[in-house]
Design a protein around this ligand. Sequence first.
Ligand SMILES: Cc1cc2nc3c(=O)[nH]c(=O)nc-3n(C[C@H](O)[C@H](O)[C@H](O)COP(=O)(O)OP(=O)(O)OC[C@H]3O[C@@H](n4cnc5c(N)ncnc54)[C@H](O)[C@@H]3O)c2cc1C
Length: 431
Amino acid sequence: MASVSLPESAGVVIIGGGVIGASIAFHLIEAGVRDVLVLERDEPASGSSGKPIGGVRAQFSDPLNIRLGQRSLEAWREFGARPGADIGLRSVGYLFLLTDDADVATFGRGVEVQNELGVPSRIITPREALALCPYLDPRTITAAAYSPADGYALPGAAVTGYLRAARRHGATVRTRCAVTAIETDGAAVRAVRTRDGTVRTPAVICAAGAWSGAIGAMAGVDLPVTPLRRQIALTGPLTPPPPRIPFTLDFGSTLPRGFREADGSVTSGSLRVRFNEVEARGIALTRRGRALYDELVGEPAEQWECRFPATERELAVDEHAFFTYEPVLDHPADGRRPPRELAGLLDSGRLTATPIVYEDFLPRSAAGIFQSNLTDTGIQDTSRPGAHYDAHWLSEAIGRPVHDSFDLYAAQQNHSLERARRALGIVEETP
Ligand SMILES: Cc1cc2nc3c(=O)[nH]c(=O)nc-3n(C[C@H](O)[C@H](O)[C@H](O)COP(=O)(O)OP(=O)(O)OC[C@H]3O[C@@H](n4cnc5c(N)ncnc54)[C@H](O)[C@@H]3O)c2cc1C
């Protein structure tokens, strides 16, 4: 017996009840399309759409993104009337703090294009920036780029707003109903299958966000989309509540260390980390590994070949990177006691090592948001003036400890290694 009633057929099946699927459903219905069915495997906005702070802006550097941003802002502003829901839009503006002359020039060019297209952005002085955001120290910035039309809204409310309106006008929305297969006939779509039944349809729209690759595969289409788990930190409300400030981003502190590219060139000084977007990821290096990486980053390839570990095994054994260890419990018995040390355990196949992967997608640290004197290795350059906000300040402000990522990775690694050793029967000898 089906747990949800599904129609036997639909004019269009939309897979995914995030902001994209919900918006498509609403716009299709509005355009007069009938029999629209949205299938969501969990709840609306349970994927990426439920996660963001909801920054909305038209401050981009290229005309296409600017126009898209403008259309979105217009849609968000009109949302109360069409489709008709409160999405908590706050037009507080977006404020990019700039410390570098080259960045000021780049943002200046962006502002010119934005103004030509009607975006009311402008370059402002440090004093003007201070008037907008009292947290910042105007001595530490050269200028700022500001657009009062940008801001933030509640992404979950946008999803439910679109879905409710689509439903009101005849769309069917089924939650907790995962699509498990797509039936095709040559290039034509015939039906989608779910555990609750099959729906005949000539049109399927994939709005499955990060999971789109799997949906494409169901129809024999290769979509190069791979999901990646991201990390979100939440705090309780601050007391007293913070003042109303623009969505503020210190552009300078979003620059991480130099990155060595595959061809040996070093990228630094260009924007590698963008707010809320993953720009860099890799194996989490230990302090020792990080120091070696920094030492070698600009060195020729031969130096790398002879000095930097070339395999994950070496990275693990030399303690240059962090790993999660798992015991291999069905390892064939050879009558020998398992080796005690890490290298032996890995080499004998009794232990597997999966790298702990880090992601850079936010400014170097939450406390660094208002720092303007961070070097490109992410530490404070005390020879330059900077705001007094740091990890300690942040910790006091939120009343919770701010953890060091090296310590967290080390704890995860050590815990997995201890558990694996116990599972393999390697008991620490008491002296
Ligand atoms: C931490 C974070 C911060 C962000 N900040 C911002 C921001 O400030 N501003 C901004 O504009 N963007 C931001 N983004 C990006 C934004 O959230 C996404 O671009 C957007 O939500 C994508 O919407 P979507 O509908 O494509 O995907 P999703 O919301 O992920 O929707 C896809 C849906 O498909 C469903 N699904 C998957 N497989 C199946 C299946 N087999 N059958 C049925 N349903 C299925 C999933 O359950 C999911 O609900 C942020 C994202 C994250 C993660």
